[in-house]
Structure formats: C-alpha cells, structure tokens
Design a binder for this molecule. Sequence first.
Ligand SMILES: [Zn+2]
Length: 124
Amino acid sequence: MKPTPRELWRREQEACFWSGCKANIRNGDIMECHEIIGGSDRAKTILLPAFWLWLCREHHNQLSSRPSQESLIEQLAVKKWADPERYDPAKVIKMWRPNCTPELVREIVALVGREYRRIARDFA
Ligand SMILES: [Zn+2]
C-alpha cells in the first residue's frame, strides 16, 4: 500500500517541534503526530499538513484537541518555527472557528507573529 502524505511527513520528522524541547526520535524518545484541531474535525485535519505538529509524548499530552485561543496561537507559532513550508494559519483558524471574521483571523495571525518572534529570540 502506498504511504499517505502524513506517513511520508512523519518519516521526515526528528526533533520535537516545541521550542526548547530536546526530545528526538533519534534518541529513542516516543514521538506523536498531533493535529492542532482534532476531535470531530480530525477526519479532515489528519489529511491537511497545516494542522500537523511533531511532538514528544509529554508535549502531546499537554494539548487539547479543541485548543483555547491562547493555545491555538502558541501551536501556530510552533508550526511556523518548525515547519514553515506547511504553515497556513488562515486554514487552521477557519477550522477552529468556522464563522470567524477576517478581522479575527488577522488579529490572531498578528499574535502568532508576536509569539513566533519571541520563540526566534529565545531559541535561535
Ligand atoms: Zn517536546
């Protein structure tokens, strides 16, 4: 059977995306593929690379499948930091709040940018 895009992506990943985390599959750490939005949307988000985070078990266990706005911003900043090619915040935000206004999308993207700059400053 042909591997799925998610399986191919998994095979490319090594270190936990969470900034500052040293967990790495190469060191034998148990890693998980997390969807930023899960629950009843997981059947969709499991197919969409913008939603995937590669995390150690500890970081994976800290996240809910229905993130708060604060957690969503943090997770999007981690995605931008570790997997910029697949970073697509508008897609994620619209799945998170299907009726959200363009203003709210812009506001959240700006907050993600601020969190991203903090990560870049602290962990570069
Ligand atoms: Zn971690």
